[in-house]
Design a protein around this ligand. Sequence first.
Ligand code: NAD
Ligand code: ZN
Length: 360
Amino acid sequence: MSFKNFPMVSKVVFGRGCFNQLGDIISPNRLSTKAPFIYIVDDVFKGNPWLTSRIPLSYDDKIYYISANEEPKTSQVDELVEEIILSYKELPSGIIGIGGGTIMDLAKAISIMLTNDGESKDYQGWDLVKKPAIYHVGVPTISGTGAEVSRTTILTGPERKLGINSDFTPFDQVVLDPELTKDVPKDQWFYTGMDCYVHCIESLNGTYLNSFSQSYGEKALELCKEIFLGETLSKEESDDKLMMASWHGGMSIAYSQVGVAHAMSYGLGYLLGVKHGVGNCIVFEHLEEYYPEGVAMYKAMREKHNINIPQGICANLSDKEFDIMIDVALSLEPLWENALGKHWQKSMTREKLKDLYQKM
Ligand code: NAD
Ligand code: ZN
């Protein structure tokens, strides 16, 4: 047996207002006045001086405002990389992603593809990246995905929805300022927060579980219960805790895996463009058989916060479309093995999956 030896985020700063330190934090990493810092920023912040006036620009530094309405695509990564390479004489000093999982994943992928040849689709998989990425910084503005700590960047490519999982993917620096999450709309807060909750349930109930994962997963789950079911937290305390729950949830799956909900959510995402957080919720509604306690608690959280989950999204799909989703879901073998054990193929059949998708 060989044990995973994986890198973690090298540096992290936490606290309300710590975003103000970004300039001081990154400036020692400036390679030259011609090597800019490139900011990849969620366009929800465009025209919002509360955030943008604090982005420390000098020399040729540049902000790209990117929409997070759709999840990142390999073609989008390749286009941005080409544009950056053509715009400057030198490689950037660093890439700074400011936003949710969509934007952080884009920033990670761009930093990898600036130093690695070919197209980003060639690197979807495990340990295919050859050269270190350029310095990259993650600044989450919504909590739950764990993208700020993870060793992957999930991309939709021409053939698959799969991450670039590599030792070069994790951020060199993360800035955890919970104040940046204050204006997240309520439904989105819940969907992305549930991504964290589902990470905990899938990790803690998986066959890959070990004490390393458990220690992080239990902490994240405890925080989720306080945030989504408790009565006593202020908005600030709740936002602070959710940012840390996201971190711990991400650490938990770093040494285990996710499970049934994620495998099926990837299928919905690939075929229908359903986003990760809400996709997990749509699927989780129907997984009592696999996670009875986790699903019951999820439903209590959803009811308490009066959140609508889209229904009937698979109502009019053709057999061919169901097959595409089933292929995507079944291709994620480690997720199934974690959820159901080595002999998962015996219990998880195409028919079973179709039956579940038809309920959504
Ligand atoms: P997101 O980045 O897609 O953003 C969701 C919505 O919230 C967007 O409309 C965005 O504009 C808005 N938003 C973000 N911050 C805001 C703020 N402070 N105020 C107001 N609106 C704000 O959401 P997400 O759930 O964080 O990320 C989902 C993505 O993360 C998916 O692409 C998924 O594949 C990826 N993901 C990656 C990992 C990983 O380990 N790399 C893990 C899980 C999910
Ligand atoms: Zn997730």
